[in-house]
Design a protein around this ligand. Structure first.
Ligand SMILES: Cc1cc2nc3c(=O)[nH]c(=O)nc-3n(C[C@H](O)[C@H](O)[C@H](O)COP(=O)(O)OP(=O)(O)OC[C@H]3O[C@@H](n4cnc5c(N)ncnc54)[C@H](O)[C@@H]3O)c2cc1C
Length: 411
């Protein structure tokens, strides 16, 4: 029989008892992942001095990807034909939440979120046999890594304004331009990269997608800058007359943005379990600190002001989680849940940051000293209000869906 609580250290264990809603397979995967995260990976982190702000180098990352692959976790999000698990969106959300709630610094790497199978899942349908052989299968086998490059300095929220040019010359495209803020690029071998195939200065928008070998002549990865979370997982990709065989174009010319945004609804939702997993860690840390810290001769957890903070944190977390799970169910039911996914991304990111903020407050001075986990979580969770579509862009999407009443026109 399925154990109703596969999350031994999490708040619902003590505060918020809930039934496990995923499949028996997701439950088994979560249990096996907990062993991997708390066993082998915890030892590896200790041995190499890895924590949230001291990232593994590429050779250590490769080791983690390959172990995860050998244990059957790495490619679980891929189609079944490629060894994936055919998991529902709800299962994927629950699995990711458990990974992040483990508090492991390897959490983003176990499934290869920055540079592994989740970056290629949607492309499998469009890839040619050659592209499968050269790019997709090596990534699925954890031999190579891949990033996703859309953003540019002048094309952030307005991604369609990108200026990187791909000019057809014989049987190759010649790519020139610069990509900004590309997750995983410091350790990736390939990129799925968006460039304009419209004639230069034509004023037309025609965005196409390419597999680009990041070791090819003319490619430079500029990295080393850190985000406010103290990590250097992000870099810029500079392209100077890079020759890319036409056979590496993905799908039809001009279909790149549609390809990139094709899974945006599911992808937006799939950021929520990471935020809520980390917010659980902040909530647990705050609760534990409140119980052990004494002031005025008593536990600070006795003060109603702190009890109310904890109550608000748990309520926000619970509401955000309910919205996330409801959206996952809608997607599994085949509903076009674009607005719900934006609501989830908006609400979960704002709620998770609010939880981290209160967790810092409950820790007092200890909460603002570097090295405390809540101090890191505060900085980390601040970032999600910007990443993969800012809160403002989510509101735009929600409003657009609400206002698109058939037959109605704005005055
Ligand atoms: C750590 C990190 C990792 C990233 N990883 C990747 C990656 O792997 N691949 C990739 O392609 N990109 C990546 N990005 C880019 C990310 O998606 C963009 O930073 C994000 O979409 C916002 O774009 P911008 O930074 O240019 O902000 P801008 O678009 O310049 O926005 C600035 C402000 O204006 C607001 N704004 C803009 N337009 C509107 C509007 N129409 N209505 C209301 N408000 C508006 C925004 O909400 C924001 O408050 C990453 C960024 C970071 C920081």
């Amino acid at each position: 029989m399925t154990n109703p609580n596969p999350y031994p250290d999490l708040p619902q264990n003590h505060l918020l008892k809930q039934a496990f809603e995923g499949s028996a397979r997701a439950h088994a995967l979560i249990e096996a992942l907990q062993d991997f995260l708390h066993g082998e990976l915890a030892e590896l982190a200790q041995m190499h001095g890895i924590d949230h702000e001291h990232s593994p180098d590429k050779s250590l990352l490769r080791k983690v990807w390959q172990r995860s692959h050998a244990l059957g976790f790495y490619g679980m999000t891929l189609p079944q034909s490629m060894g994936g698990e055919a998991l529902s969106v709800l299962d994927q959300v629950l699995i990711k939440e458990a990974i992040y709630a483990s508090g492991s610094p390897f959490a983003p790497h176990v499934l290869g979120e920055l540079s592994g199978p989740p970056r290629i899942g949607a492309l499998v349908r469009k890839a040619t046999p050659l592209q499968m052989e050269q790019f997709i299968l090596p990534v699925a086998r954890a031999e190579k890594s891949i990033c996703f490059a859309l953003t540019e300095t002048e094309a952030g929220s307005d991604a369609g304004a990108l200026q990187t040019q791909a000019r057809l010359e014989g049987d190759s495209y010649v790519l020139s331009g610069a990509k900004r803020f590309i997750s995983g690029s410091p350790f990736a071998d390939f990129a799925v990269l968006m460039a304009s195939t419209a004639p230069a200065d034509s004023g037309q928008r025609e965005i196409s997608a390419f597999f680009v070998d990041l070791h090819a002549p003319g490619v430079e990865i500029r990295c080393g800058y850190k985000t406010m979370a103290g990590q250097s997982h992000t870099g810029d990709i500079l392209l100077d007359q890079v020759r890319v065989p036409a056979a590496q174009r993905i799908g039809e010319p001009g279909r790149g943005l549609a390809l990139a945004l094709g899974r945006i609804t599911v992808n937006r939702l799939l950021h929520c379990p990471a935020m809520l997993g980390l917010a659980q860690v902040a909530l647990c840390d705050a609760r534990d600190y409140a119980l052990q810290r004494r002031q005025f001769g008593r536990s600070i957890a006795d003060f109603q002001a702190l009890q109310h903070m904890l109550a608000d944190m748990a309520t926000q977390w619970m509401a955000a989680r309910a919205l996330m799970l409801q959206t996952a169910r809608a997607l599994d039911a085949g509903i076009d849940a674009r607005a719900q996914a934006s609501m989830s991304k908006l609400f979960c990111s704002e709620a998770a940051f609010g939880i981290a903020d209160k967790a810092v407050q409950i820790h007092g001075g200890e909460g603002i000293v570097q090295g405390r986990r809540v101090e890191f979580l505060f900085r980390m969770l601040r970032m999600y209000r910007v990443l993969t579509g800012t809160s403002e862009i989510q509101r735009n999407t929600i409003a657009k869906e609400l206002l698109s009443v058939p037959g109605a026109q704005h005055a």
